[in-house]
Write a protein that binds this ligand. Structure first.
Ligand code: MEZ
Length: 602
């Protein structure tokens, strides 16, 4: 199938400017000067006539300046270029200043819109704004509201119950078992069905000589607009090198150079190359190994197709397990557990503000609902991450992830006129907003045959910069995914537009993953505060393993000293009363468990 003739024509404009754009990239110490008002400089000494460029500055920079006939919008990344900021008419896309970031975010990022969010009317975070789609689930009845359930005869009796079997849940289960706990791992789909397997581009860890966890910490906090919980960030970045070693020991095959040393790349908002990857299937590779490891440990029991529908508290207010539903028979099963870890992942399948998503089918916010009903507070739930590069074409791929590694390897976003328009490695929220601005305000995006907006992601740059064969070696999944539709991404660019990728917020936790309910822990995407208002690439695979491991340790430790009292669902009754008092009249129930994509009429 490939591109339509109209799109092919536009893709040719990208090819036409490619060489020039790459020349700028490959010569980062050259500054290309052009004056918008008076046309190109004809002589390097023209620079001395520009206000702000005195003889001293001229001497300092003249060796790095070359002249061009190409109007503005050139892209030069060099600290020396800052000297030229005073010179009018120099166009290049260095990272935006904080003020520029704020401006583009406020105008284009969906979180900053007046619509699409509302204050909650029940629970710990009453009065705080969250996306409407999520509020609908919070302000909904329990699936057990009218159920008669016998809690006195549990079907399972364990030390540690782990809910969710993606990367965080699997890490928690492994470590809890190593700590001596009897572990039950339950999941609503198959073991491993999770956003972990959808994560492509890498996992961050400051394990190179030019890097360290403090620099990583600063990047994370800067990327999160300084809103992150600092103690959680310290846990994340300090544990990172150990986690890479742990994963490698278990068998994860990270990409290595000819000397056998793991190589690393940049991601958006990272000041050092610290992205470790396994091609463009890093999450799938990590999940493969964690799942195998669990399958090799018969001490860990795994129950699939069994979503948890409600947590259980005991008469002392401690978490004492959960009620799960067998998806095949519809029966409810009771798990009594001395401690419980929620690791149910994200929210993408709620399609916040109508966005398509990169997320797996089960990402329906279940753990957030379970935790909120027993009284755990939420943080940053008004902050949703839109990955800058979701597929915008072909239609079958809409919203699927085009990993940030594509930009990490050298590709850049380009508009319909073949121009670059943004530094390619801004933090995600900023990059996404810049892509939206290019389409929605500047009218320089590309319209697909079904009327979707997109910009080009110039993937053929990668092989010119990194060498032939790089795409098939480093991005094998993307290559195949597009080849299936007749598009060779090593020769033609991809059409992309932001897609719903991640919930930045979640359940409030401490660095050991404990929540305010004794015996209840949370790890992975379901937890909030680590990434503040914007997560950087590669910190999610890191988060799930760092905090998954920490949850395993803390839950096993808690279980060692715990006795479970009488199990109750009193909190459900309380919640139902609260809904009534708040005047919520609805027949909605939650957790959602599976998204409903049926065609509806009327
Ligand atoms: O951390 C992520 O979200 C990730 C690795 C995504 C990607 O672009 O590949």
């Amino acid at each position: 199938m490939g591109y339509t003739p109209e799109l092919k024509e536009l893709a040719e404009k990208v090819a036409a400017t490619r060489e020039k754009r790459i020349a700028k990239r490959l010569a980062p110490k050259r500054i290309v000067a052009y004056r918008e008002d008076k046309g190109p400089f004809r002589d390097i000494r023209d620079l001395t006539r520009v206000p702000g460029i005195d003889a001293e500055i001229f001497e300092a920079i003249k060796g790095q300046v070359s002249l061009t006939d190409e109007p503005g919008k050139t892209n030069v990344n060099t600290a020396d270029a800052q000297e030229l900021e005073k010179l009018d008419g120099i166009g290049y896309f260095k990272p935006m200043t904080m003020a520029e970031r704020e401006r583009v975010l406020k105008k284009f990022h969906p979180d900053y819109k007046d619509t699409g969010m509302r204050p909650l009317v029940v629970g710990v975070n009453r009065g705080e704004r969250v996306p409407d789609e999520f509020a609908d689930l919070i302000e909904a009845h329990s699936l057990l509201a009218d159920a008669q359930i016998e809690l006195g005869k549990p079907n399972y009796d364990v030390d540690v119950l782990v809910i969710g079997a993606g990367g965080a849940g699997a890490s928690a289960a492994l470590i809890a078992q190593e700590e001596g706990a009897k572990v039950l791992l339950v999941t609503k789909l198959r073991h491993g069905d999770s956003n972990t397997v959808m994560a492509e581009g890498g996992i961050q860890a400051a394990d190179k000589p030019q890097d360290n966890p403090v620099i990583h910490f600063l990047d994370v906090v800067g990327g999160g607009h300084f809103s992150n919980d600092r103690e959680l960030v310290a846990a994340l970045t300090n544990d990172a090198p150990m986690v890479i070693e742990w994963l490698e020991r278990l068998g994860v095959m990270f990409g290595k150079d000819a000397e056998g040393v793991m190589y690393t790349l940049h991601g958006g908002g990272t000041s050092r190359k610290r992205m470790h990857s396994a091609g463009d299937m890093t999450g799938a590779e990590i999940m493969r190994v964690l799942r195998d490891e669990i399958r090799n440990r018969p001490q860990i029991e795994v129950v699939e197709f069994s979503p948890v529908v409600e947590l259980l508290l005991d008469d002392a207010g401690h978490c004492g397990g959960a009620v799960m539903k067998n998806m095949e028979t519809g029966d409810f099963k009771i798990v009594r557990a001395k401690s419980t870890v929620i690791a149910t992942g994200g929210i993408g399948r709620l399609h916040i503000q109508g966005f398509p998503t990169t997320n797996h089918y089960g990402a329906t916010a279940d753990g957030l609902i379970l935790g909120y009903r027993v009284g755990v507070g939420l943080r940053f739930m008004d902050s949703i991450q839109y990955h800058p590069t979701g597929a915008a074409y072909p239609e079958q791929n809409i919203g699927l992830l085009i990993t940030e590694k594509v930009r990490g390897l050298g590709a850049e976003p380009v508009n319909r006129d073949g121009e670059d328009f943004v530094f390619p490695k801004e933090p995600r929220d900023v990059e996404s907003s810049a892509l939206m601005r290019e389409c929605l305000e500047r009218g320089k995006g590309v319209l697909t045959p079904t009327g979707r907006h997109g910009v080009w992601l110039d993937s053929p740059m990668i092989e010119i910069i990194q060498g032939p064969g790089t795409i098939q070696h480093e991005l094998p999944a993307k290559y195949k995914q597009f080849m299936r539709h007749g598009i060779d991404i090593s020769k033609e660019p991809m059409l992309v537009y932001p897609t719903l990728h991640y919930q930045n917020g979640g359940l409030a936790i401490k660095p050991d993953t404990s929540t305010q309910i004794p015996g209840l822990f949370a790890a992975g995407e379901v937890a909030g505060g680590i990434h503040g208002r914007n997560r950087l690439m590669g910190n999610s695979l890191l988060d799930i393993t760092v905090f998954g491991r920490r949850a395993g340790i803390a839950a096993a430790k808690f279980a060692r000293g715990a006795e479970v009292g009488e199990l109750t669902l009193a909190h459900v009754e309380r919640y139902e009363r609260e809904l009534k008092e708040a005047g919520v009249e609805t027949d909605r129930t939650s957790p959602m468990i599976l998204p409903d994509y049926r065609y509806k009429t009327g």
